[in-house]
Design a protein around this ligand. Structure first.
Ligand code: HAS
Ligand code: CU
Length: 550
């Protein structure tokens, strides 16, 4: 991969910056409610002071889930991928207006969805399972966010085609390659939610349908909802594979293995959504078994990632004089906040991934499902592996986009460590609470009786939440102070793109061919979902009325 520098135009920097701005504002507001939930578990119910602004724990939980899991991620990712596409291909977007339209659609959708949530008309959590019924604007708004992200993705595809025309026979540069796969995965994955919204939820919320089919809707939802987690993860993997190694003074351990892992994610991300529906009576056990097996398969590209990324890090650390079986880790540049945040994110993600294996095991899932174990799992994955990595990326990307020096890098390093420590305390206690039977999505403080052995763990949830709150506040301070600082960067920010140990042009050519992989992806989806969806659609029963349970 050519790692020569390329200058992004101020206009494009601005465009990317707007994505980050919306993302970070969403994170700021959404994260405010995280600690409130944690405090509620510990017995300190601050929600009662927020009334009538925020009516309930559930309204806060909806804001937290939608803003953090859906908005922060989608806006950060579309912004970051705009960067990796332009910088990777070393050319501007082919149709910048198309990408601008996509972004504006996302913003309009966000505003439309936010209004009913804030008015307590859409307290349905980020999974919005029917027959809970939200105001129509919530569904239309989220649909526009997804459609906007599609349009931005089409802009990337056109840019790729234009680059290909100018560079026939050249290997697709890795960061751009990973970005295109991520967006392709997203376009395929969101078909489920698009069909759900357009054929059921939107007409139903507008009163055009008498009822809804909850089983079919849940199936559509998880068709998208599972690969959604890889849409969040893959941009972090682009950074771990190809950028973090450069930041630690090393090289990409294997360009070919990285590409292979991305192809496996494309193929294996969608056809396993039933691992979220092990307890659904409408799905026969044989399908649950098939999806469980496929879930164990998608574990593989992440293990591949763990080994190759750590190998790249070790290579870099040894170049810098690192020694010993584990001692080399001390030679990593821990004082660089971008590096520290991403290393700590990776460390916790490892444990989140192992917990995923527990979730995926059918019998164990029967014990864990709908318990606090699940939020314990996803705060290590999306809440740390992904979010802390994006924070780490922003520590070089924001100075790069603004031309300002990062405000107080030492504070930024402290922020990453606080996140790490706070999340260990929080998620460890959530996992244990889950094993002890504590339910998820429940204001436990209001329960008339809870088992005594939960108490100390619930208290730790509150402590973890408090530390995370401080970490989040420091992050916002660093970002705001950098943005508004009058201090221009003393030296130009270098974009970290690592060279591969072996010239990518020598890698196998089949790793740069699209048709076989895309055909395999679609075929596996048809096999794993086709018969079940056919059955559910054939027997569709739009009989359930909508409920407002809040
Ligand atoms: Fe999951 C539920 C299974 C990964 C997110 N998951 C959820 C939910 C979310 C979520 C949000 O099978 C809840 C949804 C809801 O609200 O109901 N998950 C898995 C499995 C994996 C997995 C098998 N999940 C993720 C990722 C997520 C995510 C990634 C977000 C980004 N998950 C499940 C199941 C459920 C579930 C069930 C349903 C539970 C239920 O009953 O409701 C695997 O793909 C994980 C593979 C990961 C690894 C780790 C590799 C480690 C690496 C780190 C390298 C280290 C570095 C640092 C770079 C094998 C790559 C080095 C540092 C040095 C200092 C050297
Ligand atoms: Cu899943």
């Amino acid at each position: 991969m050519s790692t020569q520098a390329y200058e992004i135009t101020p206009k494009d920097k601005n465009f990317i910056g707007w994505h980050l701005a919306v993302a970070i504002i969403a994170l700021a507001i959404g994260s405010l409610f995280g600690p409130l939930q944690a405090f509620e578990h510990a017995g300190w119910d601050l929600y009662k002071y927020l009334n009538p602004l925020i009516k309930s724990y559930y309204q806060g939980l909806t804001l937290h889930g939608v803003l953090n899991a859906l908005v922060w991620t989608t806006f950060f990712i579309t912004g970051f991928l705009t960067f990796t596409v332009i910088y990777g291909f070393k050319r501007p977007l082919k149709y910048p207006t198309l990408n601008l339209i996509g972004f504006l659609l996302m913003v309009v959708g966000l505003v439309l969805a936010a209004i009913p949530i804030l008015l307590n008309e859409a307290t349905v959590l980020f999974t919005f399972y029917p027959p809970m019924k939200a105001n129509w604007a919530f569904y239309v708004g989220l649909t526009l966010v997804v459609v906007g992200s599609w349009v931005e993705g089409w802009g990337f595809f056109y840019t790729y085609a234009a680059w290909r025309k100018e560079n026939p026979g050249v290997r697709t540069p890795f960061i751009a390659f990973g970005s295109i796969i991520t967006m392709l995965l997203w376009q395929i994955a969101t078909i489920g939610i698009a069909v759900d919204m357009l054929t059921m939820l939107i007409p139903w919320s507008l009163g055009l349908l008498p009822g809804v089919d909850p089983q079919l809707s849940r199936t559509y939802f998880w068709f998208t909802g599972h690969p959604l987690v890889y849409f969040w993860l893959l941009p972090a993997y682009i950074s771990w594979y190809a950028m973090l190694p450069k930041q630690v003074g090393g090289k990409m351990f294997s360009d070919s293995l990285a590409r292979f892992a991305f192809w496996l994610f494309l193929i294996l991300s969608v056809p396993l959504g039933f691992h979220h529906q092990y307890v659904d009576p409408g799905v026969p056990p044989a399908w649950k078994f098939i999806h469980a097996m496929l879930t164990f398969s998608v574990f593989f590209p992440s293990m591949l990632t763990a080994f190759t990324v750590v190998a790249s890090l070790e290579y870099g650390a040894r170049q810098n004089g690192g020694k010993g079986m584990f001692g080399w880790m001390r030679a990593l540049p821990w004082s660089n906040p971008s590096v520290a945040a991403q290393l700590l994110a990776g460390l916790l993600f490892f444990f989140g991934g192992i917990g995923g294996l527990a979730n995926a095991s059918y019998n164990v899932n029967l014990v864990l499902h709908n318990t606090a174990f699940v939020p314990g799992h996803f705060h290590l994955t999306v809440g740390t592996g992904v979010t802390l990595t994006f924070i780490g990326i922003s520590y070089w990307l924001i100075p790069y986009l603004t031309g300002k020096k990062l405000w107080q890098p030492k504070w930024a390093v402290a922020q990453a460590w606080l996140w790490f420590v706070g999340m260990i305390i929080f998620s460890n206690s959530m996992h244990i609470l889950g094993l002890l039977g504590a339910p998820r999505r429940t204001p436990l403080n209001l329960a008339p009786y809870i088992p005594a052995e939960w108490n100390s763990r619930l208290f730790q949830v509150g402590i973890g939440g408090a530390i995370l709150f401080v970490s989040g506040a420091i992050y916002l301070t660093v970002v705001a102070a950098t943005f508004w600082s009058k201090q221009p960067a003393t030296e130009k920010v270098e974009v970290p793109v690592a060279e591969a140990l072996q010239d990518p042009a020598l890698g196998p050519a089949w790793l740069d061919r699209w048709t076989p992989w895309v055909v395999a992806t679609l075929a596996l989806i048809v096999l794993a979902y086709g018969p079940m969806l056919f059955d559910l659609i054939k027997n569709i029963a739009l009989t359930s009325p909508g409920f407002r349970v809040w």
